[in-house]
Design a protein around this ligand. Structure first.
Ligand code: SAM
Length: 353
């Protein structure tokens, strides 16, 4: 078992002919928030970029690359304040480690929905774009679009992968009945209105297309009574849940996802739940590795994940948060406690008729 993977480009510059680099990030201009109007001549100097996705897709220039800073961490600037967690290099490394954790947990699978020759795939909140890039490799004849509030995606990408700065919770400017697959992962601490997001996905999927949501359920569980009643990780998570609720975010939404999908009209709703150990306590070597990644993911994320929910929503000082987190870190590193998070994979199909 090696250490968690260092962040590195998926594609080496040595294969530059086979890859493209996103030199100019684009952002989707939502009409309510910009003065740029849909339907303007796309070849004009206004910066419109013609593409298959949207008549309102535009290059917004440097603004989408701007960042906000607070408590030594960097945050997104486009639709500032929407996402409460950092987007800087340490956070990107942590997100890539989370990807490795889930891929190990799922035996190398990028998805469970039974895709057949997908042509158009969208990844909502793509982060570093690591999943989208892997999908581009796995389905070379598909077009993979990753959207995110932050322009933090990797530089070297396969030619069939594109990234856009966009807000998934705004009305989608993409064509209706267009996508074969909508992918959502690690977004429970981001999304304010999952039913609305699921409805947008439904409207923009082709009949017969699939949606998949892969989410950790952030309540520590234990099957062998080794987790104490006053487990500090549980306490921290309940405070995060309370803080996020003040931003209208339901941290425990994954259990509701199958219902949201059914209510929207999706069929063939299927769910699989995995256990993601916290720490290296499992005997199984794969789960031991997954547990190591998970513990690193939690411990390395304590500061960045705590700051906004604790200070902005719960009124804690930065110093109080730092002191509290020392105890949370200790709890996570206690190998006698055999705790884990459930990981919910839910996928469903838009009916053919
Ligand atoms: C926890 S990361 C997950 C990244 C990626 N889905 C993965 O699994 O590797 C959440 C990402 O969602 C993005 N995000 C949050 N809210 C968003 C929104 N409303 N629209 C687009 N992206 C969003 C954040 O900027 C961040 O990069």
């Amino acid at each position: 078992m090696g250490p968690p993977p260092a962040r590195s480009p998926t594609k080496s510059p040595g294969v530059a002919s086979a890859v493209s680099q996103p030199e100019d990030y684009e952002a989707v201009a939502h009409q309510a928030e910009t003065t740029i109007e849909a339907g303007e001549d796309e070849s004009s100097d206004a910066g419109y970029n013609s593409d298959n996705y949207s008549s309102t897709t535009t290059s917004l220039g440097p603004s989408v690359r701007d960042y906000a800073f607070e408590n030594g961490r960097r945050y997104h600037k486009f639709h500032e304040g929407t996402y409460l967690f950092p987007n800087d290099e340490p956070e990107q490394e942590r997100e890539d480690m989370k990807h490795a954790m889930i891929i190990n947990l799922c035996g190398g699978k990028l998805h469970y929905a039974p895709l057949e020759k997908p042509q158009n795939i969208i990844d909502l909140g793509t982060g570093t774009g690591i999943w989208a890039i892997d999908m581009g490799d796995e389905y070379p004849s598909a077009e993979v679009l990753g959207i995110d509030l932050s322009p933090i995606q990797q530089a070297w990408i396969p030619p069939n992968v594109r990234f856009l700065v966009d807000d998934a919770e705004c009305p989608w400017a993409y064509a209706k009945d267009h996508f074969d697959f909508v992918h959502v992962r690690h977004m429970t601490s981001s999304i304010k209105n999952f039913p609305k997001l699921v409805k947008e996905a439904y409207d923009h999927l082709k009949p017969g297309g699939w949606i998949e949501l892969q989410e950790l359920f952030f309540q520590a569980q234990c099957d062998d009574n080794t987790m104490p009643a006053d487990y500090k990780l549980t306490h921290w998570l309940s405070l995060i849940e309370e803080g996020l609720a003040k931003f209208d975010i339901d941290l425990l939404s994954p259990k509701k996802h199958p219902g949201y999908l059914r209510d929207t009209g999706f069929t063939n709703v299927q769910e699989r739940v995995f256990k993601v150990p916290i720490g290296t306590w499992p005997k199984n070597p794969t789960l031991k590795k997954v547990g190591l990644y998970n513990r690193c993911m939690i411990v390395d994320g304590l500061q960045g994940n705590s700051m906004k929910p604790f200070t902005k929503a719960l009124g804690w000082s930065v110093e109080e948060v730092e002191v509290f987190n020392v105890e949370v870190r200790k709890a996570c590193e206690n190998a006698k406690v055999h705790s884990y998070f459930p990981f919910h994979v839910v996928y469903a199909q838009k009916p053919l008729e």
